[in-house]
Design a protein around this ligand. Sequence first.
Ligand SMILES: C[S@@+](CC[C@H](N)C(=O)[O-])C[C@H]1O[C@@H](n2cnc3c(N)ncnc32)[C@H](O)[C@@H]1O
Length: 442
Amino acid sequence: MECSDPKEFSKLMTRAGLGLDDAAIQLGVSTRTVRRYMNGQVKRVDPLKIEKLREIADVRSFASPSSSFRFIDLFAGIGGMRLPFEAIGGRCVFTSEWNRFSRETYSANFPEPPESDHHFVGDIRPFAEDPKRVPDHDVLLAGFPCQPFSIAGVSKKNALGRPHGFLCTAQGTLFHDIAKIIEFHRPLAFLLENVKNLERHDRGHTFATIMGVLRRELGYNVSTAVIDSSPWVPQKRERIFIVGFREHANFDFGKLPLPSGPAPTLRSILESEVDPKYTLSEHLWNYLQGYKEKHRQAGNGFGYSLFSLDDVARTLSARYHKDGSEILIDQDGRRPRRLTPRECARLMGFDEPRGTAFKIPVSDTQAYRQFGNAVVVPVVHAVAQIMKPCIAELLRMRGREVPPSMRQEDLFYPEWASARLQRPLIPQDRSEESRFAQSRQH
Ligand SMILES: C[S@@+](CC[C@H](N)C(=O)[O-])C[C@H]1O[C@@H](n2cnc3c(N)ncnc32)[C@H](O)[C@@H]1O
């Protein structure tokens, strides 16, 4: 089989959603050779390479019957969004994460077989600029960094009567990159996650802009909820979840399955034997006590927080590696200690309370950063559970096969979610957009 037309090769590359580097790896040739194939600088492309490329393209093609829905994992960190969406029957076809240590942890936990068509890329921005390089998908996941962005210029454009779409309003932000991928691929659904404060950033304008883009400009049905993780894990961590469906879907955050039983406390996740290196040094402990006392005298409550077995921790942050001060574990008469990385994996729901399954191949410092940046897995799992029937329905409407895991009506909980408390989450489906849009006009 000859491939004299470079367009044919390029077309297959697009259908397969492969970048040059990925294609080189998949086809077992150099990146330079792939480029030469694409530019038509080679008269005849090895038929085996064409065959292989066609196979990949077929598997990836949206139209081809698939055993599960396809999702992409953007700003993937260590895969906190991927785990639950795989659990409900999805197949990850594309991951973007640029931090090399996070990539290491991700790869250790989501190894791909050599024949896999999954792409693992770094910086998402070049892909957002040329979104056809992102493979087709049904669901887009993104726990994007809360990067402040300015909407300055919008009011000026308004004043000048110039039109401005999302290409202008959100220009230069990572949200803009997500929006461009959504605009091109029009996935059936998306799930975005961010810090609770996103709603208040820039007096609500940032959130209003995001909602305006998702609802008005991209035309999705969007619901939002702030969810606290403490019914699932012994940690208070409030995050905003933004769910969008391209078409009408019977999605309702009010149906979020909350665990029953008493809320877990730190007792459930702490290790019994802990290396003494996690106990604070005398110097650091003295410093933290002095710092807290200084602020107490000044009338504010800054400083370390000490927790016992029956407590629920504060939010684990990415700076935990610095001094551990936000969550110190009381050690009865001894200086307190930090959580170990394994305990952080459990606190974030990557591991079950006594589990050790999640691989942590990086240094403690990197591990603390990664868990502090991550989502709480069982919370995303609960959201995925209520998205599942809506995704299944939309797949069915398209004549797509619905995998058995998505047909099960019963809600699956990880084993360890057996004993939990019913706690109020704060579901909201607010029309911030119009509220802030109004306030902007005044
Ligand atoms: C808030 S964290 C998301 C964590 C993830 N949800 C998890 O559970 O581990 C955001 C991630 O986006 C990554 N990131 C930031 N800018 C990026 C970019 N331009 N391209 C790819 N990844 C990026 C960061 O390295 C970080 O790991």
